[in-house]
Design a protein around this ligand. Structure first.
Ligand code: GDP
Length: 434
């Protein structure tokens, strides 16, 4: 998906613009306990065009004075976005701070759309022409609090997306490693790349693509490891801030087929690990849990089993994710990783023909009858897979209210037993048959 970043000096209304565009269209699977997402990143859609949205104003880059702050926020936008929405305010006109932001944006070759906010009534529209002086073409008048002009703004934004034609078909499996600092993500990336044949890309990528590293595994399969915050410490000030780290992790997850959630065996499971894992789960990606630094753990016969039980207990919503105990230092089991990633990627995009699927569901119903409520029985007419990545099934029923959580889980388990869906979440949607 293309990425849109919102920049502008304080008080122009960036967050309101962000919320207007993000609307209520926040991910449908945000029911993971313990995930309190900072709202600086959202998915949105305009006339069928999907995109991701970043509010750079929500990223506090430190104790800096505000001019330094907005400079850094503009740089984040340039680093991360395909299109930049530069928010200014009709009330104050063009300010010094606006000009400073404009200068930074001007140096990048990213398309910029100027949104003149707080144009709450039509009389103010004539005053937006001053903003031509910023040098980014025709400014778009909006009122984010009243919801005026947002459609025009989004039209303009979508027109500026880099050629939105068909995505390049390639055979690479994209994966990223996420986890809190010091779990060993960069050590693992280096160890993985050290064990496999890295392909030197002949094409100079954009800033963002340049940190993706393609390699070929021993089996001849192609993979691309996507960098996340801190993996190649680039040394910009804002890269050490937590919100920026979260943003980079979310961006990496978005671009991955499979996400490796890295835990540190030496330190056990922390609250932050659950938050990080929650992001990957919410995004509906394939997931593998890597327990790193396994070399540091004193082992008895049961150590691995106990650790596994602890993970299952702490990450109940990730029951589908395989767990692998590794060491970046001794390279233990890293040779198994490419094949496992490949398998999870295949599962994540597995399609089951309706006939086979319905056989499995009908067998399941025969063995465990559907629930009843007040004498009314749930009837399942037909099940069909409507999407992949993650596999999504629609179950046509007489009354969706009758589908209890436990019965839906039973059906999901039956589907998982019949087909290999290890490592991928499954979505089951109940629909009333018309
Ligand atoms: P990141 O912040 O998640 O990228 O973590 P790093 O890769 O920078 O690793 C943090 C520290 O853990 C470094 O001192 C590494 O040398 C160490 N480390 C990483 N992986 C292992 C491992 O498998 N075993 C041991 N003993 N130390 C490790």
């Amino acid at each position: 998906n293309p990425v849109v970043a919102i920049v502008g000096r304080p008080n122009v209304g960036k967050s309101t613009v962000f919320n207007r565009i993000a609307g209520e269209r926040i991910s449908i699977v945000e029911d993971v306990p313990g995930v309190t997402r900072d709202r600086i990143y959202a998915h949105s859609e305009w006339l069928g065009q999907k995109f991701s949205l970043i509010d750079t104003g929500g990223i506090d880059t430190g104790e800096e004075e505000f001019l330094t702050q907005i400079t850094e926020q503009a740089e984040i936008a340039i680093d991360e976005a395909d299109v930049i929405v530069f928010v200014v305010s009709v009330r104050e006109g063009v300010t010094d701070a606006d000009e400073k932001v404009a200068k930074i944006l001007y140096r990048s070759d990213k398309p910029v759309v100027v949104a003149v906010n707080k144009v709450d009534n039509p009389e103010l529209r004539s005053e937006i022409f001053d903003f031509y002086a910023l040098g980014f073409g025709e400014p778009v008048p909006i009122s984010s609090t009243h919801g005026i002009g947002i459609g025009d703004l989004l039209d303009q934004v979508c027109r500026s997306f880099p050629n939105t034609g068909a995505e390049i078909e390639d055979h690479t499996t994209r994966f990223s490693l996420i986890g809190r600092p010091n779990v060993g993500k960069s050590s693992l990336v280096n160890a993985i790349l050290g064990e496999n044949r890295v392909i030197v890309s002949s094409v100079e990528g954009t800033t963002r693509d340049a940190i993706d590293t393609p390699f070929i595994s021993a089996n001849g399969d192609e993979f691309t490891v996507i960098d996340t915050a801190g993996i190649r410490k680039k040394g910009k000030v804002y890269e050490n801030t937590e919100k920026y780290a979260v943003l980079r992790a979310l961006r990496a997850i978005d671009r991955s087929d499979v996400v490796l959630v890295v835990l540190n065996a030496e330190e056990g499971i922390r609250e932050q690990d659950k938050k990080v894992a929650g992001y990957a789960h919410e995004a509906g990606r394939g997931i593998i849990i890597l327990v790193n630094k396994w070399d540091t753990v004193k082992k008895t016969n049961h150590t691995m089993q106990e650790f596994e039980e602890l993970i299952r207990q702490e990450f109940q919503y990730l029951s589908y994710a395989p767990i692998i105990f590794v060491s970046a230092r001794t390279k233990q089991r890293l040779d198994q990783l490419p094949q496992l990633i490949k398998r999870i990627n295949e599962n994540h995009q597995r399609r089951i023909p309706s006939a086979v699927l319905n056989d499995v569901v009908m067998d399941a119903i025969a063995r465990n009858p559907t629930p009843t409520d007040n004498g009314k029985r749930l009837r399942i007419y037909y099940t069909t897979q409507v999407a992949i990545k993650p596999p999504t099934f629609v179950v046509f029923v007489n009354d969706p209210e009758l589908m209890h959580f436990s019965y839906a889980r039973f059906l999901e388990n039956q589907i998982r037993e019949a087909f290999d869906f290890t490592g991928t979440p499954l979505h089951l949607i109940e629909r009333k048959r018309k």
